[in-house]
Write a protein that binds this ligand. Structure first.
Ligand SMILES: Cc1ncc(COP(=O)(O)O)c(C=O)c1O
Length: 369
């Protein structure tokens, strides 16, 4: 018989981690100079005017948009990836816009037909939605330590460079080795590249760069987001590209399932991928905030590991993550415990660069006084 209560509960998913920060958030909020929230990577800077204009420019189009995106969007993505990241030879038909990248991350195993009996391999420290997606599909999750090969039976391997939460960048050699290891068990590689434009002391490389795949992109997907590089988190703007056969399969299912990016957002994605100036400006803002927070954390006794790219500082005081979260909350600062990203984060906290200059300066004063 059908179990209606299971519908309400849904599949077995992890607890939503942010709910467990409520006490520390309340404590941090009671600081006389207010909360500095560095716990989530949500953009705070204005949406570039160019992108607001693009959004409004097609506000009066009553028809359904294409799931595949407009030809202009696909051309702008191919050209933008070539210009910004040196990715050559992409097929415009192999570009598919997504409603932000989180939905694609959560549904990719299902959309690919990965399911019960299959393994989804994720990094040892990982964005939680990789695990959620595997569980939604009924697949098993395996966390891979650095350089560890995926086991037989792995259907999908997630890479994430620059990494959330650690800011670690895989160099071309390490990424090529990961691709090779995934291929040797027949797995699809999904490379989550939402922080690719935010390299600080290392140069992140895309899985679609020729130095990684030597001309063979079969089995490779690159997942991109405009949330961070173009401050478009509110628009829900992303895309996936890579192996034309895989992308065609995703398109087919998404067409049937109504997973369509709204037409105004498609216009914003097109403009964003055609313009590098606003990306450079946004990069500069995050770079400046990093330059304030990094020395302040070190002066306060933190050790910062990796963090060579992306939007986070991965920091430790060589104590339990929740002890550090409490220590920060006393100073009105909210961060995320490393345990949100995997057991290996037990002594780390993740500190986001996504607060206003004024709030970041306030955090630095509190850390150093
Ligand atoms: C590693 C990683 N992937 C994907 C996402 C999802 O971003 P969005 O859905 O805004 O594109 C995030 C958001 O923080 C992330 O950190």
């Amino acid at each position: 018989m059908f179990d209606r209560t299971a519908v309400r509960r849904g599949p077995a998913l992890p607890d939503f981690p942010w709910d467990s920060l409520a006490d520390q958030a309340a404590r941090a909020r009671s600081h006389p100079d207010g909360l500095v929230d560095l716990s989530v990577g949500t953009p705070v800077d204005p949406v570039p005017q160019l992108l607001q204009d693009a959004l409004g420019s097609v506000a009066d189009q009553p028809g359904y948009p294409a799931t595949h995106g407009t030809p202009q969007l696909r051309a702008a993505v191919v050209e933008g990836l070539r210009r910004r990241h040196g990715i050559d030879g992409l097929d415009e038909a192999a570009v598919l816009p997504t409603i932000g990248s989180k939905e694609l991350v959560a549904w990719l195993p299902t959309l690919l037909g990965v399911g019960r009996g299959d393994i989804v391999a994720i990094p040892e420290l990982a964005y939680p939605t990789y695990e959620v997606g595997a569980r939604l599909a009924g697949a098993e999750v395996v966390r891979l330590a650095d350089g560890e090969a995926p086991p037989a039976g792995t259907a999908l391997v997630w890479l994430n460079s620059p990494s959330n939460p650690t800011g670690r960048v895989l160099d071309a050699e390490a990424m090529a080795a990961s691709v090779e290891a995934a291929r040797s068990v027949g797995a699809v590689v999904a490379s989550d590249e939402c922080y690719l434009a935010l390299g600080w002391s290392a140069d992140p490389v895309s899985v679609l760069h020729s130095s990684i795949h030597s001309g063979r992109i079969d089995g490779l997907l690159a997942v991109h987001s405009l949330s961070k590089s173009s401050s478009l988190a509110g628009y829900r703007a992303g895309f996936v590209t890579g192996d034309p056969g895989l992308v065609a399969g995703l398109l087919e299912v998404r067409k049937h399932a109504g997973m369509i990016v709204p037409r105004p957002v498609q216009a914003a994605i097109t403009s964003a991928m055609a313009d590098d100036v606003h990306v450079a400006e946004q990069r500069d803002r995050y770079f400046a905030r990093r330059a304030v927070l990094l020395p302040a954390l070190r002066a306060a006794g933190f050790t910062v590991r990796h963090s060579e790219a992306g939007l986070y500082l991965w920091a430790t005081r060589s104590e339990g993550a929740w002890q550090t979260i409490d220590w920060l909350a006393e100073r009105g600062i909210l961060a995320a415990p490393g345990t949100f990203y995997g057991p290996a984060g037990a002594e780390f906290v993740r500190i986001a660069l996504t607060a206003s200059d004024e709030r970041v300066a306030a955090a630095a004063v509190r850390l150093t006084s």
